[in-house]
Design a binder for this molecule. Sequence first.
Ligand SMILES: *Cc1c(COP(=O)(O)O)cnc(C)c1O
Length: 382
Amino acid sequence: MIDKNTVKKFQDQPTPFYYYDLDILNTTLTSLKKESENSGYKVHYAVKANANSRILRIISSYGLGADCVSWNEIEAAISAGFDPSEVVFAGVGKTDKEIDSAVRAGIFCFNCESIQEIEVINHIASLQNKNVRIALRINPLIDAHTHKYITTGIEESKFGIHTWELDEVLNRVSSMKNVQLCGMHFHIGSQITRMSVFQSLCTHINELQKWFATHNIGLKIINVGGGLGIDYENPDKFPKFKEYFSLINEFIDLSPGQEIHLEPGRSVVGQCGTLISRVLYIKNGSNTQFAIIDAGMTDLIRPALYQAYHKIENLASDGNLCRYDVVGPVCESSDTFAKFIELPETRRGDLIAIRSAGAYGEAMASRYNLRDLPRVVFSDEI
Ligand SMILES: *Cc1c(COP(=O)(O)O)cnc(C)c1O
């Protein structure tokens, strides 16, 4: 709920803007930290979900590590206070330059996605006379039951190393002098709400553990990635960290000395952000009315990109419910936030809140149509 007082303060703000509620962010982080301490699991925040520098500084102040997918993210994380020795670096297409910088920075671990990538890391590390830790991102062939664009662990996916390649990987890595294999890594998708999916992942991890054991390889780190979903229908609900951590605890069999690492992104920042916009025009369509707002897909691309649902609220009206298509101003038909939804009677100038927009919102903003990037307002600034 965005309370009346806050809505009043929005009145003189130019729209569109991301509103970040720091109480929600801090409450979320407090509960994540508590679960991480109780379980002894190491949490690396997935920077790509929201790389706003103030948000990063707040998250780093809770002592989390960072999961990055580019050198620029690593740089942003380090300057926001994350310790380089707690940074992991993932991604299918790390460039030589990015690898060189990350080796130089002394990051914790490279999560590797192909044999060729491991060879390049080994070579670059040798030029710097260093020995770096790597983990294998393994494609576990598990359907995350989420949108196909955010499913990453199935056979056709570009991500990860297939299990049938593992023999060859071990062979090659055993002759490399500048990398040290220390873990396995998984990330099977995002916005996962069926807990049984994580249970399947745990079962798969246990099988792989046995396979590595028969090859006399003990891996210290089991990184289960991110993916925990949030409740987009109920933006005031917090993510289910407790249930998630206890499920992992119940279903993964660890050997002595092994550590669990996790990489939540969306669940950390999703519910603290709201995109605030104003209605520009109401226009009649053939069987609906369009509420044309001043935020567009350039500010929040998730509905256009993945047909994602965001709860939309009219903060100014409590009139009778009517049906609207809520659309943005960008010259694309996919620039639609919702179709045929009920809102209280909506007029030009009304403030509209698009909820649960803290993750993959601001981070994915673009300047298509040469639009301005969205502004940002923190709850303690107004
Ligand atoms: C995107 C990503 C994450 C975070 O996923 P969420 O669904 O936001 O929790 C974690 N690890 C890797 C490797 C990723 O690419």
